[in-house]
Design a protein around this ligand. Structure first.
Ligand SMILES: [Zn+2]
Length: 154
């Protein structure tokens, strides 16, 4: 069975195609072959579904407060205090603690701990300044510990 490349990354289109195939003019479509021809439609549809189902999120492991969007993940191969951690471009519903200089594996950085604004769980940290040129891309970004966040809407 061949999967439509457009829909491989999200189950929404497959779902859509199975449930209401006529709406997209799809008569004999199995696993939405037809949608490959209509990228624009796909984009619009993804936006609609994001409103219905909600985007894929990460939430606080303690209180399920929504913390970050899956789309904002920059890297999943960071090291947190307690194991693996993800780097995000944005985070929400958090509080940022006082800045401090911290010696991390990749050199000296100014960082601030990040807390869940509801339950005050420490979730990771925000990068302020990176002293080394190669680490500058992290400035203003967020580390969230994998063990402190849970998937929502996946
Ligand atoms: Zn929380």
């Amino acid at each position: 069975m061949e999967l439509c490349p457009v829909s491989n990354n999200n189950g929404f289109l497959l779902f859509f195609c199975f449930v209401i195939p006529r709406l997209i003019g799809c008569v004999d479509c199995i696993l939405c072959r037809c949608i490959q021809e209509d990228i624009e439609f796909v984009l619009i549809y993804n936006c609609l579904m994001a409103d219905v189902v909600g985007p894929r999120m990460y939430s606080c492991c303690n209180c399920r407060n929504q913390i970050a969007l899956h789309d904002d993940v920059i890297s999943k191969s960071f090291q947190g205090r307690n194991g693996r951690a993800f780097l995000f471009s944005h985070a929400m519903n958090i509080m940022v603690g006082p800045k401090e200089d911290r010696q991390l594996m990749t050199g000296l950085h100014t960082v601030a701990d990040v807390y869940c604004c509801d339950c005050r769980e420490v979730l990771g940290w925000k990068y302020g300044r990176a002293y080394e040129e190669t680490q500058k891309y992290k400035e203003g970004k967020f580390i969230l510990e994998k063990s402190k966040i849970v998937k929502e809407n996946w």
